[in-house]
Design a protein around this ligand. Sequence first.
Ligand code: SAJ
Length: 423
Amino acid sequence: AVIGVVGLGYVGLPLAVEKAKAGYKVIGFDILPNRVEQVNQGINYIGDVVDEELKEIVKNGQLRATTDYSLISEVDAVAICVPTPLDKYQQPNVSYVESSAKSIAKYLHPDMLVVLESTTYPGTTEEVVQPILEETGLKVGKDFYLAYSPERVDPGNKVFNTKNTPKVVGGVTPECTKVAAALYRSVLDGEVHVVSSPKVAEMEKILENTFRNINIGLANEMAILCNKMGIDIWEVIDAAKTKPYGFMAFYPGPGLGGHCIPIDPFYLTWKAREYNYHTRLIEVAGEINNEMPDFVVDRIMKILNRYGKALNGAKVAVLGVAYKKDIDDYRESPVMEIVKLLEKYNADFVTVDPHVKNFRVDGKEYETVELTDELLETADIVLITTDHSAFDYEKIGSKAKAIFDTRNAMKGVQKIEADYEKL
Ligand code: SAJ
């Protein structure tokens, strides 16, 4: 069988590689020619994909990429793994899903299986994708199969990956579920858990990510309160963690990054309004998470004040641009908001991130710099925003004058000479 994967990003490329490794011939589709080029040259650009594996399956002709969507006519099954962002009004943007469905509809043929993997509001598969495919006159469940199966990639996770993470699958009809589940079972090692409809699968994914969003919001609210009460929130969480049942540790941070956790819950908020329901918990958690960049900058202002320094003109070394440790992705990273605030207050800042060479904020290009002893010694304050393993925390603790640590990254350092504070 020939399998198609539409969208060769951090979800699609690992999936395409796993399907090729399982023995299928895979055609990857993407609108970005340079991505297609890189795949066809066996050049990997996704951290979680093993370079050699990609090279191997491209070399032996099992995986090839193209921008020519007419090749969808050659595939027996196709997975849609395209972005589902929010637009500037916090409204879901399912335009990539729609355009992918339209491209597939053009080449839809009897017995073809289509699976949507992008995280989206419950109802998308049956209200957006199904009508586009049925415009061809082919009937779902009879002439072709349609299912939803959420991706669960955790970028940088060294234990859980596309192959071994359990997968949830919900088909529009029982037949659709059966066909989709059979395909995943032939590729993945993890449990394939089937549910009664695409809506159940769409909603369970939203629940997973909203659960994280809300609990991170709780950790952040507790951090703000503990700071006012002079209590170490990190000590509190470590103590709570001793409860062997019914508690799951989440940690405060400089805000909520990534292209899923800050965004997915607002797909549900938007859809809930159609049912005249107002999802309060999600909004409040979002407000708290969005408040963290301001809270962080306020904290460093107070520390600089102790030295009679204003943030204006202060030398600030920002350690970490990526939205979480040991990855190179800075999409929706809260550091973008912190950079905007440091600009606004005319701080004299530089950013350091071994995984991110440059980034853009509000149309302005920033280059990250090398973390040198000189930088540590001359900075008025060092702000740790991402706890990358690559940072030498012993050296940071001994060379910096003042440190504000938003990740408890210095927890392993015995002696910290610097004036040290954490969230
Ligand atoms: N964060 C905190 N405190 C925490 C945990 C995370 O501030 O206790 C922050 C992180 O620093 C990051 C953001 O939240 O900025 C999101 O982190 P994340 O750990 O949820 O990681 P993502 O967004 O890269 O991937 C998540 C997946 N991660 C985990 O389950 C650990 C998973 O929820 C989804 O498979 C994935 O989003 C997705 O694509 O939906």
